[in-house]
Unconditional design. Sequence first.
Length: 177
Amino acid sequence: MGKVAFVTTGATAPFKELIQAALDSMTVSALADLGFDTLLVQHGAGLGKETYNSSLAALVSTGAEKGVSITGIEFSEQIGDHIAAADLVISHAGAGSILDALRRLKRLIVVVNDQLLDNHQKELAEELERQGYLLEASPRNLATIIPKAMSENFRPFPTQQGQALGSVLDEEIGRRS
């Protein structure tokens, strides 16, 4: 049986660049080369769904699927189940999505939306990467980060909820313990 990659773009606004990067032929090829046979993309509604549909159409038309079954969903009440079933989670940089994956001890790539102002998400992703819990990526380098994520020896996220995130947040606001 092959492996499952799950992409989540968050619930509030579509992250079109992440959707496009996840459905890029180089990303799908990288997944196929590592034995993945399923790519599930949570794309959201509206512009996210439109971006998913147009990106998937372009991918299929180039014949770059490489035997990877690609499915999209708008939203799911069972997002935790999708994360739990995944061998690799590729997520936007929202704290909730990051914690969902880390608490389930999943291999995690966090893709930062560099279009956001006052980008606290980038700071959070950088610090959690520095601590060894995940890898940070951009839409432009996602395909090259995937092989590294599959061979990386990540630190297990502490079982005491909030311990690691609390230290990151304390550091971000300038409070030291």
